[in-house]
Design a protein around this ligand. Sequence first.
Ligand SMILES: Cc1ncc(COP(=O)(O)O)c(C=O)c1O
Length: 558
Amino acid sequence: MPAQKSNRGKGSPKKKTTSPQSVIPSADEAILQKSSPHSVIPSAEEALPPAPPPVPTVSPLSIEEINPLVKSAQYAVRGRLLDVAKSLEDKLASGETLPFTNIVRCNIGNPQALGQRPLTFVRQTLSLLLNPGLRDAPEIDISAIYPADVLERAASYAGAVPSVGAYSDSQGIRIVREHVAEFIGARDGCPASADDIFLTDGASAGVKALMTMLLRGPQDAVLCPIPQYPLYSATTTLLNATLAGYYLDESNAWGITEDALLQAVEQARAGGATPRALVVINPGNPTGQSLPKESVEMILRFAAKHKLVLMADEVYQENVYGDAPPFYSFKKALSALRECGAAGDAEAAEQAASTQLVSFHSTSKGFIGECGLRGGYFELQNVPLDVRAQLLKLMSINLCSNVVGQFATGLMVRPPVDGQPSFEKYTAEREAILQSLYSRAQRIAAELNTLPGFSCNAAEGAMYLFPSVALTTPMMEAAAAAGMAADEWYCIQLLEATGLVVVPGSGFGQKEGTFHFRTTFLPPEDAITEVLAKLKDFQAGFMQSWATQGDDELALVA
Ligand SMILES: Cc1ncc(COP(=O)(O)O)c(C=O)c1O
């Protein structure tokens, strides 16, 4: 058409070509991008071609030039303490004498790195999946090596994919998603659907995908516990969004109160951000609490009332110990709300229909402890189809989560049952791991509570203790002089004296003026005995030497 033709080349906006490959905008497109979405006719000034950017003098992959958000992101679980540990390990290897003979890594929940053995059923099945030669070789009597239920599972999983070496569907292998849905249904006593399940490389990949979907920039806030596992704060930083922390109540078993949640909402709003998601880690990391049913219900209703996507990190759901409140999933709470709604409670019905819930689980924790296999899933509730399609596209940019991890997830959620040949061994292995974790948790907490300046809540769940440590003003001054946070300074001294690697509380967030560290209770019993004895000596000597520094008044005893 002539009118359109005459517009070309005269600086008026051209219809943008939508090829997804086009990266460098044309001059016209650049003008369009610069102008406000409402302005149609560029001013004369805007119509001038923009000056080309100067040619950079440093490489793009230099520390000044890389994405500043990456530099700002913090992940203390693998922070400075590990560098010190590595240099101490090198010294030991070169024959230097230190106050200890080996480094004990209690900085990370990595059970098999600290001697936990993998479950036989899981590894037998995976070994068959990875080695089709073993399955197919006529000369091998495979039933003499593997129990029938292992053979059966390996055959059914192998039949679901062309090969474990082939990409799978981006959402995850159907049969595994069906097994996950059956597991959730049995756990919660309410239906679950394979269509709501996405299989992921550990829970981390799922969390990152969801946060990428949700957080558009600084105007969006995510409510996170303080202290919290730093995946959430680091991802919020990477996405240039706003973190609004809510404090866990240390004096009440690290519980969650509605007041604390409300304060975080108000703080985010006062700062100009809209809260869009609420992260809850239950059982907690680093704090180890298992939330009672009433708290879970309160949090769900809070999310409903404030229109927050509830991100339920439930990766420690199998790790609940002793008399602690049993694990109660957010999905179960949502189902209970649905039932109230169906029984005539109109508010419950509205909340149950509108509350968006994403629940995460992982093969890394529990008693399976397969961190390196990178398996996990998330389940969506009340998320519309068009958003799911976008999420699937986002996941498909990574093609698929690793297939061995997907099968490991299937094996986690569908263990052998009573009557099957692997059942007894599986049960014995599971009980031994969980029982041992519980007894190590109790033992370390009890011991820590005898130390001067220490106060430690029991671990109700997960794999961590998070004791508070009293630090005096001179200690804080010494830390500041060394250019470190006070708790990091303390943890480095602890490491240098005992070989124990822990993570300073500041890496997870903590109330101003309080100091903590996180330790796992994963090392084997004999390593724990040795470390506790060293810790006891260290702390006694440490407190005594600093008590003579003129200020023995404790900054805090929680
Ligand atoms: C609370 C919590 N969520 C998520 C993760 C991520 O674990 P993964 O990606 O191995 O499943 C961890 C790991 O320690 C964790 O503690």
